[in-house]
Design a binder for this molecule. Sequence first.
Ligand SMILES: Cc1ncc(COP(=O)(O)O)c(C=O)c1O
Length: 400
Amino acid sequence: MFKDIKNSFPVYTKNPKLVFLDTAASALKPESVIKTINDCYAYEYSNIHRGLYSLSANLTKKYEEVRLKISKFISAESAENVVFTKSATEAINLVVETYSEKFFSTGDEVIISYLEHHSNIVPWHMASKKYGFKVIAAEITEEGSIDVKDLIEKINNKTKFISLTHMSNVTGSITNFEKISDVAKNNNIPLLIDGCQHIAHAPINVDNLGCDFYVFSGHKIYGPSGVGVLYMKDKWFDKLDPYQGGGSMIEKVEIDQTTFAKGFQKFEAGTPPIVQVIGLGASLDFLNQYKLKEIFNYEKELYDYAYEKLDSLNNITIYGQSNQKGAILAFNIKDIHPNDVAVILDQKNIAIRTGHHCAQPLMKRLNINSTARVSFGIYNNEDDVDYFIEAIKETKNFFK
Ligand SMILES: Cc1ncc(COP(=O)(O)O)c(C=O)c1O
């Protein structure tokens, strides 16, 4: 099914031997997405939501159709539950700030985990300083997943929010939200799920997940950067105040006071990421040609193939052994710095990521400073893995 899929990604036309193994950082873009963005700027562009002329009205309609498309993609109640932001990071900051200012008091607690990306740590630190609550982290298991038992034990009557990753960008483990969301619901604790790594690789249903908020970025799902999505359950639209003020988010402005628009508009101040949203719509059309479950199985098979081959080499440590995980493979080679691995691989036209992956607390937990990381997308295949493994063998020989 995915045999000729590289043909849909123009980067492989220019650079056919590229072995791109960094989809967890940002996915490559299919031709259809690039064309949609180009066409939008070339032939359809104007500002939206305001103009009475056809160009503006037509693009407004297209833009709002993407909101609907996203709501279907994540099985949200309706398009009205989708807020556009400029990134997942901004979406998390929006929730953290608007929730904190209204609902946190000194001594309250928020629970995150050691598996989080900095985007789901730092905003909490910043708000905790401002509003006086504590940030508590759930431990991780030996397999590199969130330790659900530890997390649940940490919930108490001071817990006011739980904010967790759906899939780790380092260990790849997928969080099982069944128990977590039950306990959160029973104790009236809102739950935010950071879906950045999960969104392009497996189907989701925000209702089944039992979350109040779900966030992801366009660029991780074969769409453009500069757009993020925040799903919000109905009740929060009235409970939270706006994040930013400006055009589009108002009902009425007088010189000394403002009343705000209702619903998602309240959280979308200023000119929105118009063309990015249109591009994101095209990326969903691209993905909707396939079944997400099939994408997951395909990428997981590739991961298993790569894992087996890498694990069979000497002196390799792989981080993340959960049997519920996506196609992310973080590893180190004994006595070789991951950056040296990346530089040598780059000479062979292989793109991998190294460093702390914006997860320094996790690195500390694992007693390391950094790892190399391979992550798969829909365009990868076994030839990519074979070439990568040969390059790793050569790297090891080079440093012998
Ligand atoms: C798990 C996770 N959360 C959040 C983010 C932040 O996404 P963005 O930088 O697109 O806002 C990333 C990006 O790498 C991520 O991997």
